[in-house]
Write a protein that binds this ligand. Structure first.
Ligand code: 5AD
Ligand code: SF4
Length: 480
């Protein structure tokens, strides 16, 4: 979108510009020269490997880092035997952190055989002080560490890293900056995530996100619309509006705008076919939004509404600001307004103090709500959050048993809900070719995947597919 910059027009002899984006383009120009020289010296392309852990917000931010790397001349590869390895990290659960430490061990061996290799880590996990201390102490071979607030500065940091021998660490406590118009390299040509807000103010008692992503900040609606218009001009027909709690979008803007009003502005963009959004907090799901979903021509009939627990007592301790009845009431309301809606949710098992009775309440909501999919998580203790200090942490074997029982019910109910479309013809956006040659995967507006025999020219197109056989969370189908 903002790609194909003419670096020769940027004066790199003088001091860097003071505006945020201009300054980064200045460093990109310097790096582009450096990469060209290095390629000439080595007589081969200079490569990078970028891997993203965690959520769609991370995926989106990785696209900016990839955009900058591509722009300055690095060639991307999937494997880690590259000249530069970059991890965008997640810390929502402990196992996300463990995965990164495991990978770093392997990278150390690779670096021993290629001492010029550079390693950069960024994202949520790096916003934790004990993580950075550990990296400084145990992983000195890591070259660059930055966080979630200064990703826009990647080019400048990368340049600085290239010009020093010691580890470079730049972590910001928070920011109110939103830097627009950096290069991006999209994962798909026809669909894209779009950040509408950053951070979270909710402080659910188990969750580390507000500590690592900072306070909630909304982008101006004009900037969002401008970005989507540019995406559409570049071939995108489906957008996913991203935020930790999109239902509170716009509240803190100078001229406040509701999320439904933003949707209306996005819907008016000609050429855009589908609008998705993620994530909705039940406490802020407004009647205005429900009504808008019912009448909109472009907003997909899919709502991800994390319930976390079915027990009102646990929900209170989780600081979720709704109870079981309110959640079930919302499900009823949305189904009335949008009868064909596909509902998905997140559930945590084993929150401190969760009893068998509390757990039964969770099973009860799953029984009653007919979720198409529920993402189930074992509670993970995150230091610094209020829940980490709570007594009554549930024993591991009890949690595992509950998790298995929940998963069984979720799968049963998911299959039941998803199979309601069996035999129907639905429009799908064709997204990928599967590993099995000649089999393609499309997505219905309900976020259901369907695999069907097809040809590569269908990629990125909307076609009609008959949903022949429901396989639980996906379908086998035939193009009609
Ligand atoms: N332990 C387990 N799951 C968690 N989530 C957030 N924090 C934790 C935690 N400490 C889950 C929630 C959230 C999803 C993105 O991750 O269900 O909705
Ligand atoms: Fe975490 Fe709650 Fe914010 Fe979601 S709404 S990111 S679960 S604190």
């Amino acid at each position: 979108m903002f790609n194909e910059i003419d670096f020769s027009k940027i004066d790199t002899a003088g001091a860097p510009p003071t505006d945020d984006a201009g300054r980064q383009y200045y460093y990109m120009a310097k790096l582009a020269t450096m990469v060209t020289l290095k390629e000439q010296e080595l007589g081969r392309p200079i490569t990078y490997c970028l891997q993203t852990f965690g959520c769609q917000m991370n995926e989106k931010q990785s696209e900016v880092v990839a955009g900058i790397m591509d722009e300055i001349g690095f060639k991307r590869q999937d494997t880690e035997n590259a000249d530069v390895v970059i991890y965008n990290t997640c810390t929502v659960r402990e196992n996300a952190n463990l995965k990164v430490y495991g990978r770093l061990g392997k990278l150390h061996s690779l670096k021993k055989s290629n001492p010029d290799m550079k390693i950069a880590l960024f994202g949520c996990m790096m916003q934790e002080k004990q993580v950075v201390d550990k990296i400084q102490k145990d992983y000195p071979f890591v070259n660059l560490v930055f966080g979630t607030h200064n990703i826009f500065k990647f080019a400048e940091l990368f340049y600085e890293m290239e010009n020093r021998d010691s580890q470079l660490i730049d972590i910001w406590e928070g920011t109110d900056k939103i830097v627009e118009e950096l290069p991006t390299e999209r994962n798909y040509s026809f669909k894209s995530g779009v950040n509408i807000m950053f951070g979270c103010n909710n402080f659910c008692s188990y969750c580390i996100v507000p500590y690592v992503r900072g306070r909630e900040r909304s982008r101006e609606p004009e900037a969002i619309v401008k970005e989507i218009e540019a995406l559409v001009a570049d071939g995108v027909t489906e957008v996913m509006l991203l935020g930790q709690n999109v239902n509170s979008y716009g509240k803190t803007l100078k001229n406040p705008v509701t999320f439904a009003q933003l949707l209306e502005k996005v819907e008016a963009i000609e050429g855009l076919k589908r609008i998705r959004f993620m994530t909705s907090h039940p406490k802020d799901l407004s009647d205005e939004l429900i009504e808008y979903m019912g009448k909109s021509k472009k907003v997909c009939h899919h709502l991800h509404l994390p319930m976390q627990s079915g027990s009102s007592r646990i929900l209170k301790v989780m600081n979720r600001h709704y109870d079981k009845e309110k959640y079930l009431g919302l499900v009823e309301k949305i189904r009335k307004a949008v009868p064909d809606i596909s509902l998905t949710t997140d559930i945590i098992v084993g929150f401190p103090g969760e009893t068998e009775e509390d757990f039964q309440e969770t099973l009860d909501v799953v029984e009653k709500s007919c979720f198409d999919t529920a993402f189930t998580f074992i509670y993970s203790k995150r230091s610094g959050t209020p829940a980490a200090k709570m007594e009554d942490q549930v024993p591991e074997d009890v949690v595992k048993d509950r998790f298995d029982r929940l998963l069984k019910l979720v799968q049963e109910k998911g299959r039941e809900a998803s199979s309601r479309f069996e035999g129907e013809v639905q429009e799908v956006l064709v997204e990928t070719e599967s590993k099995e040659k000649g089999i393609f995967t499309g997505r219905t507006q309900y976020n259901l995947l369907v695999h069907f025999p097809g040809t590569p020219d269908l990629l990125g197109k909307y076609i009609n597919v008959r949903l022949d056989t429901c396989k639980g969370f996906y379908y086998m189908g035939t193009q009609v």
